[in-house]
Design a protein. Structure first.
Length: 336
């Protein structure tokens, strides 16, 4: 986004979003440009860093206002060259590094990462919610609230949830400059405790120095020695869309949330809505009759149910009618 004033109490940061991979598991599709909930994946991520002074997207240029687009040289040469290209434009003391395919990440998640980077004691693993057994991962809330700074956990709990903390490498053991905060970088962990190296916050000066001296091509190799905090957050902000199944799951999650919100607005119990049946109905009507007939049919069904005139199997009857639409219209024309 365009340079903007950060939220009160929030450290100044720039954002680098890596959005130029090859997407082999998606058949070479333009992954960051795929849509979830009416917006492209990369737009979801850009929105999450709206408070950044400057947002830099490393990847093909897109019609997203206020974003700086750059490319690594050569294009698609890997995440480390892409990060280097993005860091060239970073001037804030902190940089938020994110993948371009995170549909569930939000501004509160980014704020939680920044808070952990600037307020946690070094060499800790943090989790803002009470731990749950690994065999029963917590369900993702529809609307996570991240109002509290993550707190350090005991060594035993930390090890169970996120695999323990990593001390800074000896080559970077000097005291950080004041603008770098009290700790090193913060990396998000998923529900299995695995680090997500494209979801974190890093002190800009230390990251630039480390990158200049790093000969490898692995983000883990670069960022691991700079990591001071591993952070687990509510919801699934770490969820990325590597496959078509991932993309479909993200889209269905949005549909679930929309169904709940729409039901609340309309005074309907979501448990009484057979969402899959309605989706089947609209699919059959769009395919067998006409695309605009799908939402119209769903609306008519709702009117009939509200009036109490719809039979119990109304949706099934409409599906059958749509499947035999060609035959039904031919018979009508013949009768006339």
């Amino acid at each position: 986004m365009a340079p903007s004033a950060e939220s009160p109490g929030q450290p100044a940061f720039d954002a680098v979003i890596l959005a130029g991979g090859e997407a082999r598991r998606l058949g070479g599709a333009d992954k960051p440009g795929l849509t979830v909930g009416g917006r492209s994946l990369v737009e979801h991520v850009v929105t999450a860093v709206a408070d950044a002074r400057t947002t830099i997207v490393v990847g093909p240029e897109r019609p997203i206002p206020g974003v700086v687009f750059v490319r690594e040289d050569p294009p698609r040469s890997g995440p480390v060259p892409a990060l280097a290209a993005g860091l060239n434009g970073v001037t804030a003391p902190w940089v938020v590094l994110l993948a371009g395919d995170l549909p569930f990440i939000t501004a509160p998640h980014v704020t939680a990462l920044l808070n952990a980077a600037t307020t946690q004691p070094p060499n800790t693993t943090a989790d803002p919610a009470p731990p749950t057994p690994a065999t029963q991962p917590p369900a993702a809330p529809a609307h996570p609230t991240l109002g509290e700074t993550a707190r350090p956990m005991s060594q035993d709990v930390a090890g169970a949830v996120a695999g323990g903390a990593v001390a800074p490498a000896s080559g970077d053991a000097r005291e950080p400059a004041p603008e770098e905060g009290p700790v090193g970088g913060v990396v998000m962990v998923d529900d299995g405790g695995r680090e997500q190296w494209l979801a974190g916050v890093w002190p800009t000066a230390r990251l630039k120095r480390a990158l200049a001296a790093y000969p490898g091509r692995s983000l883990k190799g670069l960022l691991g020695p700079l990591t001071a905090v591993r952070l687990a957050l509510p919801g699934r902000p770490w969820f990325d869309c590597d496959t078509m199944d991932d993309l479909e799951e993200a889209r269905m999650n949005v549909l679930n949330e929309w169904t709940v919100l729409a039901c609340e607005e309309l005074g309907i119990d979501p448990a009484t809505v057979d969402r899959d049946l309605i989706l089947d109905l609209t699919k059959e009507v769009a395919h067998g009759v006409a695309r605009p007939a799908a939402p119209l049919t769903a609306y008519l069904l709702g009117l009939a149910q509200g009036a109490g005139t719809a039979p119990d199997d109304a949706a099934a009857k409409l599906i059958t009618l749509a499947k035999h639409w060609g035959q039904a219209t031919a018979e009508t024309l013949t009768d006339s």
